[in-house]
Design a protein around this ligand. Structure first.
Ligand SMILES: [Fe+2]
Length: 159
Protein backbone atom coordinates (compact mmCIF):
# COMPACT_ATOMS: atom_id res chain seq x y z
CA UNK A 1 0.00 0.00 0.00
CA UNK A 2 2.83 2.36 0.87
CA UNK A 3 4.31 2.09 -2.65
CA UNK A 4 1.03 1.62 -4.47
CA UNK A 5 1.94 -1.71 -6.00
CA UNK A 6 -0.81 -4.13 -6.92
CA UNK A 7 -1.75 -5.65 -3.56
CA UNK A 8 -3.03 -8.86 -5.09
CA UNK A 9 0.30 -9.41 -6.84
CA UNK A 10 2.20 -8.60 -3.64
CA UNK A 11 0.06 -11.07 -1.74
CA UNK A 12 0.65 -13.83 -4.28
CA UNK A 13 4.39 -13.12 -4.35
CA UNK A 14 4.47 -13.25 -0.57
CA UNK A 15 2.44 -16.43 -0.31
CA UNK A 16 4.31 -18.30 -3.01
CA UNK A 17 7.89 -17.07 -2.72
CA UNK A 18 8.96 -20.17 -0.77
CA UNK A 19 6.70 -22.69 -2.51
CA UNK A 20 9.74 -24.84 -3.41
CA UNK A 21 11.22 -24.66 0.06
CA UNK A 22 9.59 -27.96 1.04
CA UNK A 23 11.93 -29.92 -1.25
CA UNK A 24 15.44 -31.04 -0.38
CA UNK A 25 18.16 -29.42 -2.45
CA UNK A 26 19.01 -32.65 -4.28
CA UNK A 27 15.40 -33.03 -5.31
CA UNK A 28 15.22 -29.44 -6.57
CA UNK A 29 18.47 -29.99 -8.45
CA UNK A 30 17.08 -33.14 -10.09
CA UNK A 31 13.82 -31.44 -10.96
CA UNK A 32 15.68 -28.51 -12.53
CA UNK A 33 17.64 -30.91 -14.72
CA UNK A 34 14.45 -32.77 -15.58
CA UNK A 35 12.59 -29.62 -16.65
CA UNK A 36 15.61 -28.11 -18.39
CA UNK A 37 15.92 -25.22 -15.93
CA UNK A 38 19.38 -23.73 -16.19
CA UNK A 39 21.50 -23.89 -13.02
CA UNK A 40 24.16 -21.22 -12.69
CA UNK A 41 27.52 -21.83 -11.08
CA UNK A 42 26.46 -19.68 -8.13
CA UNK A 43 23.30 -21.74 -7.64
CA UNK A 44 25.24 -24.99 -7.85
CA UNK A 45 27.71 -23.68 -5.22
CA UNK A 46 25.14 -22.10 -2.94
CA UNK A 47 22.36 -24.61 -2.58
CA UNK A 48 19.82 -22.40 -0.89
CA UNK A 49 19.54 -20.20 -3.99
CA UNK A 50 17.93 -22.80 -6.20
CA UNK A 51 14.63 -22.90 -4.25
CA UNK A 52 13.94 -19.39 -5.51
CA UNK A 53 14.39 -20.19 -9.18
CA UNK A 54 12.53 -23.48 -8.94
CA UNK A 55 9.85 -21.77 -6.84
CA UNK A 56 9.19 -19.39 -9.69
CA UNK A 57 8.80 -22.35 -12.05
CA UNK A 58 6.43 -24.12 -9.63
CA UNK A 59 4.37 -20.98 -9.07
CA UNK A 60 3.72 -21.00 -12.79
CA UNK A 61 3.32 -24.72 -13.32
CA UNK A 62 1.43 -25.76 -10.16
CA UNK A 63 -0.25 -22.55 -9.06
CA UNK A 64 -1.10 -21.07 -12.44
CA UNK A 65 0.73 -17.79 -11.94
CA UNK A 66 1.54 -16.30 -15.31
CA UNK A 67 2.27 -12.74 -14.27
CA UNK A 68 5.92 -12.20 -15.15
CA UNK A 69 6.48 -9.70 -12.34
CA UNK A 70 5.23 -12.09 -9.64
CA UNK A 71 7.37 -14.86 -11.11
CA UNK A 72 10.53 -12.74 -11.14
CA UNK A 73 9.77 -11.49 -7.61
CA UNK A 74 9.81 -15.15 -6.53
CA UNK A 75 12.88 -15.94 -8.63
CA UNK A 76 14.96 -13.11 -7.17
CA UNK A 77 13.67 -13.10 -3.58
CA UNK A 78 16.95 -14.50 -2.22
CA UNK A 79 19.63 -12.77 -4.30
CA UNK A 80 17.87 -9.67 -5.56
CA UNK A 81 19.11 -8.23 -8.85
CA UNK A 82 19.96 -4.80 -10.26
CA UNK A 83 17.04 -2.52 -11.19
CA UNK A 84 14.29 -4.54 -9.55
CA UNK A 85 10.63 -3.63 -9.93
CA UNK A 86 8.92 -2.32 -6.79
CA UNK A 87 7.14 -5.65 -6.41
CA UNK A 88 10.47 -7.51 -6.59
CA UNK A 89 11.96 -5.14 -4.02
CA UNK A 90 9.00 -5.60 -1.68
CA UNK A 91 9.07 -9.40 -1.79
CA UNK A 92 12.86 -9.40 -1.34
CA UNK A 93 12.70 -6.99 1.61
CA UNK A 94 9.66 -8.59 3.22
CA UNK A 95 11.52 -11.89 3.29
CA UNK A 96 14.42 -10.21 5.10
CA UNK A 97 12.45 -8.17 7.62
CA UNK A 98 9.44 -10.40 8.34
CA UNK A 99 8.48 -10.47 12.03
CA UNK A 100 9.98 -13.95 12.54
CA UNK A 101 13.51 -12.69 11.79
CA UNK A 102 15.61 -11.58 14.69
CA UNK A 103 19.23 -12.39 13.93
CA UNK A 104 20.21 -10.02 11.16
CA UNK A 105 21.95 -6.80 12.21
CA UNK A 106 20.24 -3.43 11.68
CA UNK A 107 16.80 -5.01 11.37
CA UNK A 108 15.20 -2.15 13.24
CA UNK A 109 16.68 0.44 10.88
CA UNK A 110 15.92 -1.59 7.76
CA UNK A 111 12.31 -2.15 8.86
CA UNK A 112 11.90 1.59 9.24
CA UNK A 113 13.68 2.39 6.00
CA UNK A 114 11.47 -0.07 4.08
CA UNK A 115 8.60 2.38 4.56
CA UNK A 116 10.67 5.45 3.67
CA UNK A 117 12.92 4.56 0.74
CA UNK A 118 12.82 1.11 -0.86
CA UNK A 119 16.14 1.46 -2.70
CA UNK A 120 17.92 2.53 0.45
CA UNK A 121 16.41 -0.37 2.42
CA UNK A 122 17.55 -2.73 -0.36
CA UNK A 123 21.04 -1.25 -0.22
CA UNK A 124 21.22 -1.77 3.57
CA UNK A 125 19.94 -5.34 3.28
CA UNK A 126 22.41 -6.29 0.55
CA UNK A 127 25.29 -4.62 2.37
CA UNK A 128 24.54 -6.65 5.50
CA UNK A 129 23.93 -9.85 3.53
CA UNK A 130 27.29 -9.58 1.75
CA UNK A 131 28.98 -8.76 5.02
CA UNK A 132 27.44 -11.91 6.49
CA UNK A 133 28.42 -14.06 3.50
CA UNK A 134 32.02 -12.69 3.52
CA UNK A 135 33.22 -14.49 0.42
CA UNK A 136 31.13 -14.22 -2.70
CA UNK A 137 31.97 -14.94 -6.28
CA UNK A 138 32.50 -11.66 -8.13
CA UNK A 139 29.86 -12.80 -10.61
CA UNK A 140 27.38 -13.26 -7.78
CA UNK A 141 23.89 -11.94 -8.46
CA UNK A 142 23.76 -10.37 -5.00
CA UNK A 143 27.06 -8.58 -5.56
CA UNK A 144 25.89 -7.19 -8.91
CA UNK A 145 22.68 -6.07 -7.27
CA UNK A 146 24.54 -4.57 -4.31
CA UNK A 147 26.78 -2.53 -6.62
CA UNK A 148 23.72 -1.20 -8.40
CA UNK A 149 21.98 -0.13 -5.17
CA UNK A 150 25.20 1.18 -3.63
CA UNK A 151 25.55 3.49 -6.61
CA UNK A 152 22.04 4.83 -6.01
CA UNK A 153 22.91 5.23 -2.32
CA UNK A 154 26.18 7.08 -3.10
CA UNK A 155 24.39 9.40 -5.51
CA UNK A 156 21.83 10.26 -2.84
CA UNK A 157 24.57 10.90 -0.29
CA UNK A 158 26.47 13.24 -2.61
CA UNK A 159 23.47 15.52 -3.13
FE1 LIG B 1 13.18 -18.32 0.35
Amino acid sequence: MRYEVDLHKAELGGLLHDCARQFEYEEIYRKCLHYGIEITREEADNKVLLHAKFGSFLANKNYGIDDEEILTAIQFHTTGRPAMSDLEKIVYLADYIEPGRDRAPNLKQIRKMAFIDLDEAIYMTMRDTLDYLKHVDDKSETLKAYEYYKKLHDEKMSK
